[in-house]
Design a protein around this ligand. Sequence first.
Ligand code: PEP
Ligand code: MN
Length: 365
Amino acid sequence: MSEQNLDQLRKELQDMNLAILNLLNKRAKVVEHAHRIKTRDGIPAYVPEREQQMLSEILGENRGPFSDKTISHLFKEIFRACAQLQETDSHRQLQISRAKSPDSKRIEVGRVVIGDKPIVIAGPCAVESEAQMEQIASELADLGIGILRGGTFKPRSSPYSFQGMGEPGLKILRKAGEDHHMATVTEVMDTRAVELVANYADILQIGARNMHNYSLLREVGRCEKPVLLKRGLSATIDEFLWAAEYIASEGNDNIILCERGIRTFETQTRNTLDISAVALLKAKTYLPVIADVSHAAGRKDILAALARASMAAGADGIMVEVHPFPSVARSDSQQQLDIEEFKKFLSDSGLEQKSLKKRKSGGVK
Ligand code: PEP
Ligand code: MN
């Protein structure tokens, strides 16, 4: 008889569990409905005073055996779960997520399409003179390189090191690019310089040190130009993705993500190239991903191996520093390749580019 009673009580309990479950989900739906109205009418989603008032009314009705403290705890959990539900819907999911667009992004710059065939971005660490840029652009163009790099605003560890040529450097970079039919990429370090740099360059680079500079990210997000966003020195993949989201949230999702090595305990390389990041970024977003092997390694001898590894992990291309005379370069001289070393790099990594130079009419096919 008592066994039968117990069965009856167990059934009652489970019926109540299911009733609570139904009520919880019903409550969640009402919250979602209210949220849609609030979003439409621009009413704040979370008003702490309202939540406090609801809780006071509930506690006023509490007849026990649960204490007010327990009831308060349980209801706060319910409120929190409902609030989180809204966040998941509208704020938590990245606009740049692969789930939002199964097609990978293709970004056209000049004569290249990033996100199509493997691309190579090459050029010196910094623009130093017209002669330097003319020479390197001509040699790189001969090798079919479609995008020329060169810093004119340099983020240096010491304020006394060469800071870049500024606007005169931008002019030199643009001329070299135009003369050799190459698109150009250069770093912008300051919100106040975005317009200036965008007037000269085809792609705006956000350097590793500025990946967390949210006002700069928003500013380039309001710009028409594609953005090459480098991963911060110690940024997690999630932080990197949210940095890209800042740019996209302003309306510009022409973003190229660049893994450039992260700080680790290792001393043989300048940074540690994070190959998992390349694979994960490709899986998590629809954006093109490239690897900057020069700043990752900080040395010349393993660049082709790193490039091969990056491409195998799914990268859309590689960035590499090339200088006509690396030994006298004004920055990063130890890691820049000369043109002969660069040719070897291209063949060792299997990244030889199809020549972009127009054949002379009547030339042998
Ligand atoms: C660069 O590419 O010129 C550069 C400074 O790299 P990073 O921001 O990755 O250090
Ligand atoms: Mn450099």
